[in-house]
Design a protein around this ligand. Structure first.
Ligand code: NDP
Length: 402
């Protein structure tokens, strides 16, 4: 009996629930719980399976969460709520002795800095309790980590450089909207950039460095250097990498709006006084923007996320480009969600499947690159995210910057 508890009924929660429901031989029994019950019920209804049950929970209330886990008794918790909730859910898993998985690392609500240190600090306690936490089982982090582990296993004796390239060429028709939680998205892209070079992190101003890259199946797009969380764990777990960078594409309209948001101070996360009560400007902005979960039907176009890896095999230089292309409308037809939710939700399901099948199973706190990439890569192709693994000769530094 493999009962799972999925927490979070947003865009990603919808995809995870759909995908788990498609695999009764692995996920015999699915509970979807979130702060707003009707969102869970709506997803359960559209799936229409008697194996999906729903519950209301506020995971910021530890007693409520522990009581829910004890009542349901799942084999594991799949956390697809927000990064702010990671630690309270990990605490509840420790208290109840249940395995844990998430797709984004912990971020304190009042500091826009996501780091693994808070979750890695659980290593000993998870290990002592004999339970497992799999961190970052989305696409990036997640699949990108697995791509690097796969490249190292099959193509390289030593990896020198990694460039992770994330392109979303989807068009939802709004002048400004974010494809996943606006608060998390805006915090991520307005932060300083950072990349790893020769043993040190180099900080850049937001959007300071850009290149135009010709993405397969999409075409040329301008991409900007950002900091992204998988780089922290990859640098720690794959020794010898000399340079690692992360790039994400943004359209001109998105960037114009973002600049205005910043100029107006609407991206601030410190509370301000407004008509006798405190409000957080970024949370207020989130309330005004389209719900990312509602973008699915409108979004057309493709995503392409992948890694360009260079290094050496048998003393000869090697360069590979491993990537996935995903179509927003194809994802929507299958799960009522757009490709950004889909490319996160499918790997979350596969990560949970790896754990339940015992293929990735070890007490403690783990990142994706620490396990054998092969069964995960096979499942990506089986469950909707096929990938290409090509020899390449791409010099990102030689690309034009506009
Ligand atoms: P959404 O904002 O659409 O959904 C989040 C859900 O979590 C909502 O249903 C929300 O409930 C629920 N939630 C929030 N707080 C609580 C709480 N205290 N108790 C119970 N439920 C709560 O986000 P997404 O679905 O877009 O993203 C989900 C996660 O996936 C995020 O952590 C995000 O950072 C991560 N992500 C990872 C990616 C990757 O590639 N690794 C890419 C994209 C996203 P309510 O509806 O009541 O607000």
């Amino acid at each position: 009996m493999s009962r799972v508890l999925i927490i979070g009924a947003g865009g990603v929660g919808r995809v995870v629930t759909h995908k788990c429901a498609q695999l009764p031989e692995v996920f015999s029994d699915i509970w979807l719980a979130s702060r707003t019950l009707f969102k869970c019920d709506r997803i359960a209804q559209e799936i229409g399976s008697s194996r999906v049950s729903t519950a209301q929970v506020d995971v910021d209330n530890p007693t409520e969460l522990v009581a829910l886990i004890r009542r349901i008794q799942p084999r594991m918790v799949i956390n697809v709520a927000l990064p702010y909730q990671d630690l309270s859910i990990m605490d509840a898993c420790l208290e109840t002795g249940i395995d844990y998985l998430d797709t984004a690392n912990y971020e304190p609500p009042d500091v826009a800095r996501f780091e693994y240190k808070w979750q890695w600090a659980y290593q000993q306690r998870f290990s002592d309790a004999g339970i497992m936490a799999l961190l970052g089982s989305g696409f990036d982090p997640g699949v990108t980590n697995v791509f690097i582990a796969y490249a190292l296993k099959h193509h390289f004796d030593r990896i020198d450089t990694v460039d992770i390239l994330d392109c979303n060429a989807g068009d939802h028709g709004y002048p400004f909207a974010t494809n996943f939680n606006p608060e998390i998205n805006i915090r991520e892209v307005t932060a300083n950039g950072r990349y790893f070079l020769d043993g040190a992190w180099i900080e850049t101003r937001p959007m300071e460095i850009s290149k135009v890259f010709d993405f397969p199946a999409i075409g040329p797009r301008k991409m900007y250097l950002l900091y992204h969380e998988e780089m922290e764990s990859l640098i720690r777990h794959i020794p010898g990498i000399r340079r690692m960078r992360f790039w994400m594409t943004f359209g001109d309209s998105y960037l114009r709006h973002l600049e205005m948001i910043r100029n107006l101070g609407l991206d601030a996360i410190d509370p301000i006084e407004f008509e006798g009560r405190k409000i957080v400007p970024l949370k207020f902005l989130k309330a005004l923007l389209p719900d990312p979960a509602s973008l699915g039907a409108r979004t057309k176009g493709k995503t392409n996320i992948g890694c360009i890896v260079t290094g050496e095999k048998n003393h000869r230089p090697v360069s590979r480009y491993i990537y996935n292309v995903c179509d927003h409308q194809v994802c929507y037809r299958e799960t009522n969600a757009q490709a950004v939710s889909y490319t996160t939700g499918v790997p979350a399901m596969i990560g949970a499947k790896m754990m339940l099948e015992g293929r990735w199973k070890q007490a403690g706190v783990w990142n994706m690159e620490q396990f054998d990439p092969d069964p995960f890569m096979e499942d990506l192709s089986r469950f909707g995210l096929p990938w290409q693994d090509l020899a390449c000769d791409i010099d990102i530094d030689a690309l034009p910057d506009s």
